[in-house]
Write a protein that binds this ligand. Sequence first.
Ligand code: FE2
Length: 391
Amino acid sequence: MLPEFFEFYNPTKVVYEAGVATDLKPELDLIGITKYFIVSDHIINDLGLVQKVADGLVDAGFEVTGKYLDVAQDARLKDVKKCADIVKASGAEGIISIGGGSVIDTAKAVNILFSVGGDLVDDYSGAHTLTKPLNPHVVIPTTAGTGSEVTMIAVIYDEENKEKLAFPDKFLLPNLAVLDPEMTISLPPKMTAATGMDALTHAVEAYVGPQASPISDAFAVGAIELIMKNLVTATRTGDDVDARGSMLIASTMAGISFTHSMCGCIHGMAHATGGLYRVPHGIANGIFLPFGLEYNFEEIKEKLARLAPVMGEDTSGLSEDEAARLAIAAIRKLSKQLNELGALPIRLRDVGVPEDGLVAIAEGAINDGTSFYNPREMDEEELLPYIQNAY
Ligand SMILES: [Fe+2]
């Protein structure tokens, strides 16, 4: 059935090529500015990736006005303000972010303060508060998971109130997403698996969500197929450029799907678990994915059944119910393979969540913004058993 209304807005240019991150001149010439500030983190910097990109920029005649490398595991409110002041003082005209979701989201929020000023929480809470385009933002992802290079949202962690704040705004869509598999080769197996499960969760939640359209579906299905075929290889054999490239492309496609169709209770539970117990986003999503699909089962089984063959399962002769359950089983099979590689925890008890903390996760998930986009109405008491099953 077609939705009565949907819109599709995807202005971010995407370029894919092994090695392109060090040869950005043709793309940056089109953007038209010459002074860039780099936002990244110490892990990426220590791997030499920041220097590689910076050298490429300088060799091509661009100016790197400065670097901010203190972004933590989560994009933190305090970094946004600090970094924005440094970017402004540096005389930059635009930002290049090199990293995973936290780096990219920090750079998006920094770009708000850098371009139009003000206080992030006081002036930009809520959705679509910006009224004009920001300064150019080029994103070079070093993980294949967040999809933030093509999404209109920045998720920032408020350390004082232990909660994640979401800033959705179409002006946060980056100008350019640079997909270079050489930038993800050094990602360790655990990060590869966890971020890959985040991408899978984006695509699956976008596909079964009530806001889905035929266009977001196309991106979601394409992403799911690539992830099911490549995530184990990318995790096991990190220098497989083909698997790495496929995961990067899948992550971007999943990002395009969920920035249009949104995510539901699986992300809600992951946000709560991340905020309360510091469980990394991709790991939490990987744990909750099958259980969240079970919570939504009656509402989504028709679409889930269609996903089973996309995931490589043979559904001939199966009922809709059986095919839908096979799709969930395929996800569990993938998680188990990644778990056996030592790359992915699959239980809440294994990631430091206390058993008496499960009610707080249910409460947090209900209060999360994703609640509005979940296929089944969110009910704390009804959700809790699924969280207990994930324990
Ligand atoms: Fe996510």
